[in-house]
Design a protein around this ligand. Structure first.
Ligand code: XMP
Ligand code: MG
Length: 179
């Protein structure tokens, strides 16, 4: 375990097993609907989860990335800035949005709205983690890996000052790291 980590909340084994389950469920659902989604990862946090997820998806999917930043502390929704937009067109297509964590829900709500505005016919969301205690806007992911308590978590894509994204598990930092 990394020396800055106080405890591990979700192990690598648990993530891989759960991601496989999610991928099977997602593919079954899209197959039933006769749709093939464009898989869209939100940078940078979704990268390890997206990489694991697509390995278990038995569909001929393509994937793309978006980078958005949300402004903390604002009460209104709609304050999401696009740093990097999609290359692919989503017009009349299905989108599977991949997130690391749904926290307040602001990012997700806004990105879903943007994709609908670009003409996506349907947008589903898969998130590795869900922190429901922090939600301020009404939105849920369609598929969730793990529900986590209201603690700041790092690893498996999640960072503290851009660090710890490469940890193969999700954990909580020692108090002294926050200074
Ligand atoms: P909202 O609040 O819009 O934001 O749902 C979701 C984004 O906020 C970041 N986030 C975290 N990042 N540990 C992190 O490293 C956390 O505990 C955490 N909670 C929220 C993350 O970028 C997510 O996409
Ligand atoms: Mg994020």
């Amino acid at each position: 375990m990394h020396q800055d980590i106080k405890k591990i909340l979700v192990t690598e084994e648990e993530i891989i097993k759960r991601t496989d389950e999610l991928a099977r469920q997602i593919c079954e659902d899209y197959r039933k609907e006769g749709k093939l989604p464009l898989v869209v990862g939100l940078l940078k946090g979704s990268v390890p989860f997206l990489a694991e997820l697509i390995k278990h998806m038995d569909l001929d999917i393509c994937f793309d990335f978006m980078d958005v930043s949300s402004y903390e502390g604002t009460e209104s929704i709609g304050d999401v800035k696009i740093n990097l937009d999609l290359h692919a067109s989503v017009k009349d297509g299905s989108v599977l949005l991949v997130e690391d964590i749904v926290d307040t829900g602001r990012t997700l709500k806004e990105v879903k709205r943007m994709l609908k505005n670009k003409g996506a016919s349907d947008v589903k969301v898969v998130s590795l983690l869900d922190k429901p205690d922090r939600r301020v806007v009404e939105i849920e992911a369609d598929y969730v890996g793990f529900v986590v308590p209201n603690e700041f978590v790092v690893g498996y894509g999640l960072d503290y000052n851009q660090k710890y994204r490469n940890l193969p598990y999700v954990g909580v930092l020692k108090d002294e790291i926050y200074g």
